[in-house]
Design a protein around this ligand. Structure first.
Ligand SMILES: C[S@@+](CC[C@H](N)C(=O)[O-])C[C@H]1O[C@@H](n2cnc3c(N)ncnc32)[C@H](O)[C@@H]1O
Length: 315
């Protein structure tokens, strides 16, 4: 059995029996590995300003590609993909988080989505407070908790900065920060509202595997969202020294056919049917995709694996 999670369009497959192998990396090691490239691009900006600038620039580029208004709830077409069995035992990230959080604690899940993590964590917690601004995500979360009889999850339908929540033992924030412009205030509130903070981010932006295909189609480079390297720079600036662990997951199974690859890549690359961009995408596909055991993946793409960045605030 396997299930699929789409995070900002990035498809991750987590297979049953995947080994929950954890690698401990110090922030300094990762900082050194990524820091130079990050600092080079930063110029005179602080790490937090640079983060906000990256988010703004990526959003402006995405908006410029849109032919119509964004829906008010940008998750309405994807929320169902965050539905997952809370009792699953084959999800390395869930297993990692359940091992790192003591039973009986009050857990805040900030940007809880459809409860993919909040609901499994509720099995051990005294209570989970799930803060989530998207109505469609909240609907999925409430439906799944009802379906599985999980009664200790309180949903706070709000963005994090506006959320009125009691202080918890642990704040979890998974795959949310990439799109948060005001990173410093967001992180400071996580610190204010919990004795321990666990942030989950990929080592690169969720759609970064597609970035190399963007330029041959649109003629300009894709602007990247921030991810782990920029987050570590922000934490360093805030004088936070985190522990960073890699959670190993199995690589995605890929697209089941060329047609599916074309359709999904076109959507993520903002390519419309019967345009010059679509012709360029079609011409590129045989070059950029490789087939293995009947499924297609992007050649040379480095699998995205979650990092759990944790620390205890000095409040
Ligand atoms: C990629 S989903 C991740 C959901 C869940 N954490 C998971 O890992 O399955 C990102 C979520 O962050 C939420 N989000 C975006 N901005 C937020 C904010 N300012 N405060 C709280 N949540 C936010 C979105 O609505 C969305 O549900």
């Amino acid at each position: 059995m396997c299930f699929r999670i789409i995070i900002g369009g990035y498809l991750t497959r987590i297979a049953q029996g995947a080994v929950n192998l954890r690698t401990r990396l110090s922030a300094a090691t990762i900082g050194n590995r990524y820091g130079n490239a990050t600092n080079r691009k930063r110029g005179n900006m602080t790490a937090s300003q640079h983060w906000g600038e990256m988010v703004r620039a990526e959003h402006a580029q995405s908006d410029s590609m849109l032919k119509e208004e964004r829906p008010a709830d940008s998750w309405s077409n994807f929320a169902q993909q965050f539905r997952a069995d809370p009792r699953r035992t084959d999800d390395p990230l869930v297993n990692h988080l359940r091992q790192s959080i003591n039973p009986g604690q009050v857990v805040l899940d900030v940007g809880a989505g459809g409860g993919r993590l909040a609901l499994p964590l509720a099995l051990d917690a005294e209570k989970v407070i799930a803060v989530e601004p998207s109505p469609s995500m909240c609907r999925v979360l409430r439906e799944v908790s009802e379906e599985f009889g999980i009664k200790n999850v309180e949903v706070v339908e709000s963005g994090w900065l506006d959320a009125q929540v009691v202080k918890g033992d642990v704040a979890v924030c998974a795959h949310v920060l990439y799109v948060i412009e005001g990173i410093e205030a967001f992180v400071r509130k996580l610190e204010d509202r919990a004795d321990r903070v666990l942030v989950v981010v990929f080592q690169a932006a969720p759609q970064s595997q597609l970035y190399p295909i963007w330029e041959p189609i649109h003629g300009v480079p894709r602007l990247s969202l921030p991810s782990l390297p920029e987050f570590l720079a922000v934490l360093e600036e805030l004088k936070i020294v985190p522990d960073v662990q890699v959670v190993h997951t199995e690589p995605g199974s890929g697209f089941e056919s060329l047609e599916v690859a074309k359709e999904q890549l076109a959507r993520r690359l903002y390519v419309l049917p019967e345009t010059a961009e679509m012709e360029r995408l079609e011409a590129l596909l045989p070059e950029v995709l490789e087939e293995k055991d009947g499924s297609f993946t992007i050649k040379g793409a480095v699998p995205l694996e979650p990092r759990v960045v944790s620390w205890q605030p000095r409040n």
